[in-house]
Write a protein that binds this ligand. Sequence first.
Ligand code: ZN
Ligand code: ZN
Ligand code: FE
Length: 745
Amino acid sequence: MGSTPTGFRHAFPLNRRIQIRLRGIVQGVGFRPFVHNLAARLGVSGFVRNTSSGLEIEAEADSAVIERFVEDLLHEAPPLAWIQDHHLREIPVADSHGFAIEASQARCGEFALISPDVATCPECLAEIANPADRRHEYPFTNCTNCGPRYTIVRDIPYDRPSTTMASFRMCKDCQAEYDDPSNRRFHAQPNACPSCGPALSGALDEVRRRLAAGEIVAIKGIGGFHLACDSRNADAANRLRARKRRSEKPFALMARDTASAEDICRLTDGDRAALTSPRRPIVVLAARDPALWQHVAPGNRTLGVMLPYTPLHHLLFQNAPYSVLVMTSGNLSEEPIVTGNEEAGERLAGVADWFLTHNRDIYMRADDSVVRVIEQRERLLRRSRGYVPQTIDLARETQQILATGGELKNTFCLTKGRHAILSQHIGDLENYETLRFFEETLGNLKKLFRVEPAAVAHDLHPGYLSSRYALGCGSPPIGVQHHHAHIASCMAEHHLAGEVIGVAFDGTGYGTDGAIWGGEFLAAGYRGFERRAHIRYVTLAGGDTAIREPWRAALAWCEGVPAGLAEIPEQHLRIVRRMMETGTNVFQTSSCGRLFDAVASVIGLRHRVTFEGQAAIELEQIAADGEHPPYPFDFSTGPLLELDFRATMTQIAGSSEPRPVISARFHTTIAQAIAETCRRIRADTGLDRVCLSGGTFQNVRLLSEVIPLLRAAGCEVFLNEKVPANDGGIALGQAAIAASLLGES
Ligand code: ZN
Ligand code: ZN
Ligand code: FE
């Protein structure tokens, strides 16, 4: 080969030209410069361009070079890229010269995957820290490897004019970076600098000073406003809680860096990986000294901590006396997070002492995501900023479907092709503002992904706004039972086919018999389920009040009035007993959440809650370490297996053991009851895969006991990872079920 005259190749060209189509997250992640540089390095001619379904490349060179080009293309892609699939085909040689980046092409009906928002990368951070750099201390620094994405994109293809950066005209220097294929900012759509980009509304020094002095500052972020204050200042945190009307829910924290997080929490390797990932979720961590943090997370031994994810966040901590800030969503009570400057001025006026805003608009609101590392895997508790709109692979083609989710912690789900497109956390669908957020997000995702649903799946509960929306939107409705949806969500993300044993434990879900379910054992596939066992029904008095007042659950589970209810006024007890006896305003429930409520109340831990799950969380938090014997429990024999915990409750009501021991023994009891029930169902059905889903399975203490028991009984155990085990994940289950029903009908 070495002696071959160079002219020989031109005389007898052995060139090939191929077209390569890539799908996945290939836009807004530096893919085109990567392709351009690769082509230049290997001497390939042709072009690359964004299309509305991904990336299209035409490459021409001799056969060996083309093979090398394809190999490197697929295996050396930029860090944030994700190639879902690729198609190659030979096309006629065009004798092209050079390699071009061509204008984007939009095709009707196709769609490209938009990247989630990405935390500031190390290169950008280095520039911000460098006094000689033109972006020194510039709060909106970003590049193709980092910065806002989903929250600023109005339409596809992902180009600057279709983002909220359209109104900023790049200066000469920024434009040169944007046009230079060898530059890290080549085609970085949100590219900006101090002379041409967005600017803050006020001085950072002032904000740092006010935070240090104990003031509450509303700070505009990526997906909405945060309300911030110094986390060590209990007075400031309490003021924030009172002004925000935020019941007793824990506040999230933002720590300066991993070391600052390590100062206040014990971190595992998995925690550290989750904290520092470019998605930058809030990570639920074990507090070193929970007593110090009761103003942040009342009744908890854990803290939700995240690290800075925008240049502005990093600058907030620069030369500041504080190392950890409270950073809670900028909203009132349960309303959606605030995004607009004017909106913030109006709605947060009574909450914040000071505002730090800027003029880069947020198009899509998105709260911070929350994860917890369980069994060495990162598990989503709230899926939002940094994760959305990355799709979840359904492992098969589906029709286009909308699933409207549940009521609490609502998310919805669209399907197209093999993709499940789960919305960001919408919140509790209980008011007009949240419903509007639902509709605005639905409109946006339908547009970005070009979806026109052929059917709409919904929860069976007739009163949920999500159900009413589904029934009123004009597409054929498909009702899905709540706990079936929980189990299907777990099956779908693990690509499980056939049937499984589904254990769905939570607070509330509408059953097919009109009762409120929540302690369910199902033999389930996508197309249907058989209820095999459940927690025994009890009669609870008073609709939603029964959830807010755990002592009512205690009355339902116990004979007479347990001593632990001594502080409940006689008259209230009498009225509720009377309601239960006469069947006035009562409902039947197998809810595991209410069983936890009953225990929390009977031991005098908590008789009233301000948010769903609060009593159960506090009961878990106090559980003593180590092994403790279970209480007795019974199975009834009938057409359906029923788990009866009346004997458990009687023992607890009469117990003089310390609360932490009672809590530990109760957790062990539930774990053993679940394992024993699964063992029996396995013997009857031969099924040996168990999916655990529903809000109760966010209880780490319970999981740590039940998983080994199930494995010892020969079962394979599956938990939710990519979507929450709570109601934030049921839209995925509804979609998977509807897809299966539509696909085979
Ligand atoms: Zn960067
Ligand atoms: Zn500029
Ligand atoms: Fe649920």
